[in-house]
Design a protein around this ligand. Sequence first.
Ligand code: IPE
Ligand code: IPE
Ligand code: MG
Length: 230
Amino acid sequence: MQTNLQPQPISPFHVAIIMDGNGRWAENQGLPRPVGHQAGARAVRAVVRTAVEQGVTALSLYAFSSYNWRRPEEEVAGLMALLRHFLTIDVRDLRAHGIRISVLGRRDRLPLALAKAIAVAERSTARNTGLHLRIAIDYSSRDAILAAAQQAPDLSPEALATRLGTGDVDLVIRTGGDRRLSDFLLWECAYAELFFTDVKWPDFTPAHFTAALGDFAKRTRSFGGLMESA
Ligand code: IPE
Ligand code: IPE
Ligand code: MG
């Protein structure tokens, strides 16, 4: 007999986004890749606003992976400058809207000015109780899990999860057409719903985001158990 599966409530929940496709977006228009990253930063602003409106409680954004150091020096420098700009200029507005900022990933390889901007952004929003915006910079989930395992008082799942401190992800969105996690929040995504779209990140609008949330709301999550019958 067909079961009447209950959709999940849309909120509160944790959304993680792998913001991919900036470079191809620019190249398709004959523009240099950094222009794609600038357009991507504009998409971030719109999506953060939508997350607040939709009642998302935590939003984790993959901005720069530990593997992205392999890119040309100029592209990396441009990305670091964009991140610094976001964490100094945009943060003023985010702070006023009660958003709390955390940055995931290694700090020791970042330009000093960016590391300082991160520290100020985190400190000045620490008491905010609105959306928790996590930005992953020089991030590798494998590295984060290894570091957490080395620091955890015991190797229980709870101790490791506490050390990682990011919380389980409910929904992962990856733009740009590829269908992989690229070492993002592997522990936290153990039971995440996955949503892949061919839309390149700079073209990802609040309407796309809302549609992804709507798709998530229709899914059933039994976490290995059985769904209740109607
Ligand atoms: C995502 O866009 C941004 C970063 C990884 C920093 P890409 O720069 O990877 O864009 P594509 O995948 O080359 O189009
Ligand atoms: C994933 O995008 C990382 C970010 C979005 C920051 P990449 O473009 O680096 O991923 P791969 O290389 O296609 O896996
Ligand atoms: Mg890419």
